[in-house]
Write a protein that binds this ligand. Structure first.
Ligand SMILES: *[C@@H]1O[C@H](CO)[C@@H](O)[C@H](O)[C@H]1NC(C)=O
Ligand SMILES: *[C@@H]1O[C@H](CO)[C@@H](O)[C@H](O)[C@H]1NC(C)=O
Length: 115
C-alpha cells in the first residue's frame, strides 16, 4: 500500500514535468535557402534550425554557394570560415541573386536572426 502510493506520486511528477520540457525546447524551422548557382538556380540547400545559432554547411555546399535568400521574417549571414568566424555577408528575404566575388563559392557556415 505504502509502496504503490510512492509509485503514483512518482508517475504524477514525471507527467507534470513532461509538458514543461516540450514547450521550452526551441523548435527547428526553415531559416535560409542557398543555391549552388546564381539567380537562385541549381541545387538548393534549405537550412533549418534555431535563430542565432551557427551551422556549418554540408559538403556539397561548402565553398559552393552562389545565391542566397533568408526565409520571410529572418535575416541571415553566411561566412567565409566555419563556425561563423571572420567576415560575413548578410541578406534578407529578398536575397542576393549574385553574391559579391569575395564570398561567391567561398562560404562555409551560416546563421539567421529574426528580421
Ligand atoms: C558545386 O556546384 C556546381 C554547380 O554550380 C555543381 O556542378 C557541383 O557538382 C558542385 N560541387 C559539389 C562538390 O557538389
Ligand atoms: C562559382 O562557381 C560557379 C560554378 O560552380 C562559377 O560559374 C562561378 O564563376 C564561380 N564564381 C567565382 C567567383 O569563382
Amino acid at each position: 500500500m505504502h509502496y504503490s502510493t510512492i509509485l503514483i506520486a512518482l508517475a504524477a511528477s514525471v507527467a507534470s514535468a513532461a509538458p514543461t520540457g516540450a514547450t521550452t525546447a526551441a523548435k527547428d524551422q526553415e531559416l535560409i535557402q542557398l543555391w549552388q548557382d546564381q539567380k537562385f538556380l541549381g541545387l538548393k540547400f534549405t537550412g533549418s534550425g534555431v535563430v542565432d545559432k551557427c551551422f556549418n554547411l554540408p559538403g556539397d555546399f561548402t565553398n559552393n554557394v552562389s545565391s542566397a535568400k533568408a526565409k520571410p521574417g529572418f535575416r541571415c549571414t553566411i561566412w567565409v570560415k566555419k563556425d561563423c568566424k571572420d567576415t560575413g555577408f548578410s541578406f534578407d528575404e529578398a536575397g542576393n541573386k549574385v553574391l559579391p566575388d569575395w564570398i561567391d563559392n567561398k562560404s562555409k557556415s551560416w546563421k539567421c536572426n529574426n528580421a
